[in-house]
Design a binder for this molecule. Structure first.
Ligand SMILES: Nc1ncnc2c1ncn2[C@@H]1O[C@H](COP(=O)(O)OP(=O)(O)OP(=O)(O)O)[C@@H](O)[C@H]1O
Ligand SMILES: [Mg+2]
Length: 261
């Protein structure tokens, strides 16, 4: 999950997809590459006695990788937990503006040691285009760009998609945009309707369905470190369904990627 703009919903979408994957029983790893570590918090991970993603970037060996992964506290009868590669403020030390090729491939190198153990790996990025985000893209098949339906967000989404294209051409030919996830939509807002039409004009089929509405139940579930699929109420159920649909799209894209290789 990427965006060059902060606070648009990258972590929310990561948590929503993780919740959908959890309820489906997929073996899932969430990588917290944001120094703010919000997704580790939302997954309720107990970080004691563990290494973290900064240690992995310093030394992408299997032993370090295993020690940096902890289970989420999300539980449900008969479901195996989501795994989390724990975030850390120290990751900021790996977020320079001019990463070397070796630094950019570090996460890919680390994930290659364990990715056969998972059906899905989700990476939550920080809102920038420095080394950490490039490291995430180099390790990915698909990037979902998250955007709000606002003026500056449209420009930021455009920049992010161009940057993905640049990385695809220069660094990682397998990288593709999954598409644009539009978040915090207020159906009654004329401004939002206008921006959504503009995004569809600019990006056509890259605008993914469903659009994600603004719902406080999401914030409540996040605040309680619970999966939205387990949160009571119709609004949470609606959001859970939206994330189920987005997850289907993610998994379909993964299959296409593998077939094409
Ligand atoms: N669809 C939504 N409905 C209601 N609240 C939302 C929605 N999406 C995001 N939020 C809230 O907006 C805030 C910012 O969202 P989030 O943390 O997911 O953004 P982010 O892009 O990860 O931010 P950052 O760039 O800081 O990492 C959070 O408090 C989150 O709960
Ligand atoms: Mg975030």
């Amino acid at each position: 999950m990427s965006s060059l703009k902060g606070g648009v919903g990258k972590t929310t979408v990561t948590l929503g997809l993780a919740s959908a994957a959890f309820s489906k029983g997929l073996r899932t790893l969430v990588v917290d590459l944001d120094p703010q570590s919000d997704v580790s918090t939302g997954l309720g991970v107990d970080t004691r006695n563990h290494l973290n993603v900064a240690d992995v970037l310093a030394s992408p060996k299997l032993k370090t990788v295993r020690q940096a992964i902890a289970p989420s506290s999300w539980t449900a009868p008969g479901h195996s937990p989501i795994d989390v590669m724990i975030g850390s403020p120290s990751a900021i030390n790996f977020d320079g503006p001019h990463p070397s090729a070796r630094e950019i491939w570090r996460l890919e190198e680390a994930l290659a040691t364990i990715e056969s153990e998972y059906d899905l790996v989700l990476i939550d990025c920080a809102p920038s285009l420095n080394a950490l985000t490039r490291t995430a893209w180099a390790a990915s098949d698909r990037v979902a760009v998250v955007s709000e339906p606002g003026l500056f967000s449209v420009a930021a989404a455009d920049r992010a998609l161009r940057a993905i294209e640049e990385v695809r051409r220069g660094l990682s030919p397998r990288l593709q945009p999954l598409g644009l996830i539009i978040n915090r939509v207020r159906a009654q807002s004329l401004e939002h309707q206008f921006r959504i039409a503009e995004l569809r004009d600019m990006f056509g089929p890259l605008v993914l369905a469903p659009l994600l509405p603004e719902r406080t139940s999401l914030q409540q579930a996040q605040g309680a470190a619970r999966p939205v699929h387990a949160w009571p109420g119709d609004a949470a159920a609606e959001m859970a369904h939206n994330f189920d649909l987005l997850l289907e799209r993610v998994m379909r894209a993964g299959k296409i990627g593998q077939d094409a290789r």
